[in-house]
Design a protein around this ligand. Structure first.
Ligand SMILES: [Zn+2]
Ligand SMILES: [Zn+2]
Length: 289
């Protein structure tokens, strides 16, 4: 299995698709999670299935994360947050806060994760003489319009539309003039246009509506009305004037060898660069090379 592919430019922001999967199990695609390196900031956007394995493959241990940013609280986007929290806690040499940003509800999720891990924390604190405190997770619930910084990265929060899942947000991450727009699950909406406007990289979770419609499952048909299709992601990219459209969260799972078919659907609407691929696909943005 080929895991890595790179599109290289002079770098100010680097995006690595850690997990290009979705709730549908795939042997080759981890759950939704994206790594953004921006200056001295190492940011994990969403925390899906097997995220810690993919972080390790990208050369990042949880203890090396500057912050976790959650787009929304659907299980596929947060299911391995427990692994990130525990591994960061156990591997840190000294108590090290882990900032977790997310929409309202994030505190409830983190409190629940920590509650689930209470026995584990007791075992480890009792066993390790130099481990005295439980994980230090610093939750910040964010609203659209808010801005914050993590190291040298400037981040703004934008409203997306994944109703009835609400609230949901996207993150616009800027460093040295390079901008990466990280959208979670959303249909096209004004907040998404604002998130993406003029971005160098626009990362969008997508579904293939034509393929989903062909699957005889009523429950699967329900997903059609609250995700961007490949066509819609490309239309958003064109409207926002982005440089590169990065597609992820493939539903159904992208079969290796069909990348050009998916790319052609997007290319019908968007003239810029279109990136999709396997887990660990990496795209860099900055001044033109
Ligand atoms: Zn979702
Ligand atoms: Zn999802």
């Amino acid at each position: 299995m080929q895991l890595a592919r790179s599109v290289v430019r002079a770098v100010s922001v680097e995006v690595t698709l850690l997990g290009t999967g979705s709730p549908l199990p795939s042997p080759d695609r981890a759950g939704p999670a994206t790594l953004v390196r921006a200056g001295d900031a190492t940011l994990l956007v969403d925390s899906g299935r097997a995220v810690v394995m993919r972080l390790a493959a990208a050369g990042v241990l949880p203890v090396g994360l500057s912050a976790v940013l959650l787009t929304h609280l659907h299980s596929d986007h947060i299911t391995d947050l427990n692994d990130v929290i525990t591994t960061q806690w156990v591997m840190a040499g000294a108590p090290t806060p882990l900032p977790v940003y997310g929409p309202p509800g994030t505190r409830q999720v983190v409190d629940g994760v920590l509650a689930m891990l209470t026995l584990d924390q007791q075992y480890r604190i009792a066993h390790h003489a130099d481990l005295e405190d439980p994980p230090a997770v610093e939750v910040a619930e964010v609203q659209p319009g808010e801005t914050f910084t993590v190291g040298a990265a400037n981040i703004s929060v934008h409203e997306t539309d994944h109703r009835p899942v609400a609230p949901t947000v996207g993150y616009r991450i800027e460093h040295e003039g390079a901008i990466a727009a990280l959208a979670g699950d959303t249909v096209p909406c004004p907040g998404l246009d604002e998130l993406c406007a003029g971005a160098h990289l626009y990362v969008q979770t997508v579904i293939r509506s034509d393929l989903v419609r062909a699957i005889p499952s009523a429950r699967l048909q329900d997903i059609l009305d609250y995700h961007s299709t490949v066509d819609q992601a490309a239309q958003t990219a064109a409207r926002a004037g982005v440089q590169t459209l990065v597609l992820t969260h493939y539903v159904p799972p992208l079969v290796p060898g069909q990348e050009d078919e998916w790319r052609a659907i997007a290319a019908a609407h968007f003239p810029g660069e279109i990136v999709l691929g396997d887990d660990l696909t990496t795209v860099r943005a900055g001044a033109p090379a």
